[in-house]
Design a protein around this ligand. Structure first.
Ligand code: TXA
Ligand code: MG
Length: 341
């Protein structure tokens, strides 16, 4: 299959969004930009289009998709909101939609089992990206997982989508680099005797600190048990093909002779101890200078792709603080580091 990439600019993006919507309404899949990472979209109520998403990504059918709305009013088409969740859902959607927050809620019968991997819940979000929203308004709701092959690094540019899915999908809409660079935060409201709290299934650009201003939040550890609740919490996710290593202290790293190592550095500062540990063959710095977590998040997947294509034996990643979006950065890095294949 020929994969066409359409570039957008401030004058033509709406027309291109409508072409993408037409392609989707014909039952095809299209890669679209969002503010987090690029998604591979299909019409959420069309099971044969959903099957194409799983096939193009090589994604196992036990891993459910995220449904993207074009308008908050459409939430009731895909989710049933129990009385006890009404308040928290309206607070969260008011505060964070459109934006990088995904809610897991009981699903309506209209949502095909393939979209939710047979679960009784559906993951829903409303992207802040103008192209994704325009397409979702016209052809949505759209199911769209990240536009990478299963288990690989999410794409944050149209070029990265092409590297992942060339020849497997008909159309990529190029909306430029993604603003946030990490996948959305996923939360699930849970009723407890002391009230409704949020279960944090995946940390992301909406931080734990921000969520805690609204409700009690429980982090779900990425253990074997939690995979049932959030299959995307599989520890070997987001992995580059090159082994990724992490150490609590730089001195714990004992390089093997003759091996080529790359360093994923946070701020490129020798005082952090990693730059001096070994004559690095290749260094990618996430946020040179002061080291800003926001900038590091934006560049994380791009930098991992760069190192992954540099023919190295291993990549060493410096740890970052878990404050704010740092929690999501460390989550992606430690999951990539646990890749055993
Ligand atoms: O930022 C994002 O969320 C991007 C963009 C494209 O929107 N999408 C994304 O999708 O990251 P994906 O499929 O790569 O990750 C979706 C995660 C998976 O880990 C999946 O297991 C989880 O959401 N998920 C989906 N439905 C769920 C459900 N009903 N219950 C629990 N987890 C669910
Ligand atoms: Mg993904």
């Amino acid at each position: 299959m020929l994969t066409v990439t359409k570039e957008t600019d401030p004058d033509n993006w709406r027309a291109i969004a409508h072409q993408a919507a037409e392609t989707l309404l014909k039952g095809e899949v299209v890669a679209l930009p969002t503010e987090t990472v690029y998604g591979l979209a299909a019409c959420a109520f069309d099971p044969s289009a959903l099957a194409k998403v799983f096939e193009a990504k090589n994604r196992p059918e036990f891993d459910p998709l995220i449904v993207h709305l074009g308008d908050p009013k459409d939430l009731v088409r895909v989710a049933k909101i129990p009385e006890e969740f009404q308040e928290i859902v309206s607070q969260l959607t008011r505060e964070f939609w459109p934006g990088p927050l995904t809610l897991v809620l009981p699903k309506t019968t209209e949502v095909p089992d393939l979209a939710t991997a047979g679960l009784e819940t559906v993951a829903v979000r409303l992207s802040a990206h103008e192209i994704m929203r325009e397409v979702a308004r016209t052809a949505g709701p759209l199911a769209a997982p990240s536009a990478n092959r299963f288990g690989r690094i999410s794409p944050t540019s149209a070029l990265a989508v092409k590297q992942e899915l060339d020849g497997r999908i008909p159309l990529i809409i190029d909306g430029g680099a993604c603003r946030d660079g990490l996948e959305s935060t996923i939360v699930k409201p849970v009723a407890t005797p002391s009230g409704v709290h949020l279960s944090l299934l995946r940390p992301g650009p909406v931080s734990l600190e921000q969520l805690r201003k609204i409700a009690k939040v429980k982090k779900v550890a990425a253990t074997a048990g939690s995979q049932l609740e959030a299959p995307g919490m599989l520890s070997s996710h987001y992995a580059p093909a090159t082994p990724l290593l992490m150490f609590d202290h730089p001195e714990d790293f004992v390089p093997e002779p003759e091996k080529r190592y790359g360093l994923l550095s946070f701020r490129g500062d020798p005082r952090d101890g990693y730059l001096d540990a070994f004559p690095w063959n290749q260094v990618e710095t996430l946020s040179p200078g002061k080291g800003k977590l926001q900038e590091a998040a934006v560049r994380l997947f791009y930098s991992l792709r760069q190192l992954d294509s540099a023919d190295l034996d291993a990549i060493v990643a410096e740890p970052v603080s878990t404050v704010g979006i740092g929690l999501a950065i460390m989550n992606r890095l430690s999951r990539a580091a646990h890749n055993l294949t």
